[in-house]
Ligand binder design. Structure first.
Ligand code: CA
Length: 226
């Protein structure tokens, strides 16, 4: 993971940096909110560890507010002083995802980071849907409601490509490049046959006709996908 640490206590900052780097993470460790914002702009972090009590006029809570206001959505773990439950509550309501109370065991911090990271990866579902039609992008399977659609590998790839480029005209040439690595295998008649088969299956198994032919240009998956 790429981790941003914002902690003004030098010893703790150093310790976290070394321990997290040792187990293979890429770490940036800074002491102030100002530096943290600069780092966030310059890097793509997977997670941030932010101490609430920071010097320099901008504390950890304000830093979290600013990060969230600027659409940084990575998980944030806050470090709070023992007994300061207000910090925890305020931190979580400001946009942090979890907290660790100082002093803490490194193993606890590590476990919490892993949970946050797993949860964050789960937010982006590897599922593409258009109404009733659903693609499981990991398993490369299509469903209509809960029923699996019987598609060949080529039909599936064709459908996935069109859905990924929904509401855009996709040229036949581009589809051929997606389906066939070798140029000599590419044949626009084959694409027409495949699209025809795919359409029939979508219609008979799912009752939908989402693929339009745009004469002389290509194909259009007309339903919005998300
Ligand atoms: Ca502090």
């Amino acid at each position: 993971m790429k981790i941003l640490i914002v902690e003004d206590e030098q010893l703790l900052r150093h310790h976290l940096n070394v321990r997290l780097s040792d187990i293979g993470h890429i770490v940036s460790a800074v002491a102030t909110a100002k530096e943290a914002l600069q780092q966030a702009i310059a890097n793509n972090y997977d997670i941030a560890i932010i101490d609430i009590g920071l010097p320099g006029g901008t504390d950890g809570l304000e830093l979290i507010r600013q990060l969230r206001a600027n659409d940084y959505t990575f998980p944030i773990l806050i470090l709070t002083a023992r007994g300061s439950w207000q910090d925890k509550v305020e931190g979580l309501s400001t946009g942090a995802d979890d907290y660790v109370v100082k002093p803490f065991q490194f193993e606890e911090l590590e476990a919490r980071l892993n949970v946050l990271n797993r949860r964050a990866s789960g937010i982006v579902q590897p599922i593409l849907t258009a109404g009733n039609l659903r693609l499981d992008l990991n398993r490369k399977r299509a469903f209509c409601g809960d029923n699996p659609l019987q598609l060949t590998a080529y039909e599936y790839r064709l459908l996935e490509y069109l859905m990924r480029h929904h509401q855009q005209v996709v040229e036949k040439e581009r589809l051929m490049e997606q389906l066939y690595k070798d140029e000599e295998e590419r044949d626009s008649n084959v694409i027409e046959v495949l699209v025809g088969r795919l359409r029939r299956k979508l219609e008979t198994q799912c009752g939908i006709q989402p693929i339009e032919t745009v004469r002389g240009q290509g194909y259009l998956f007309k339903e919005p996908c998300h």
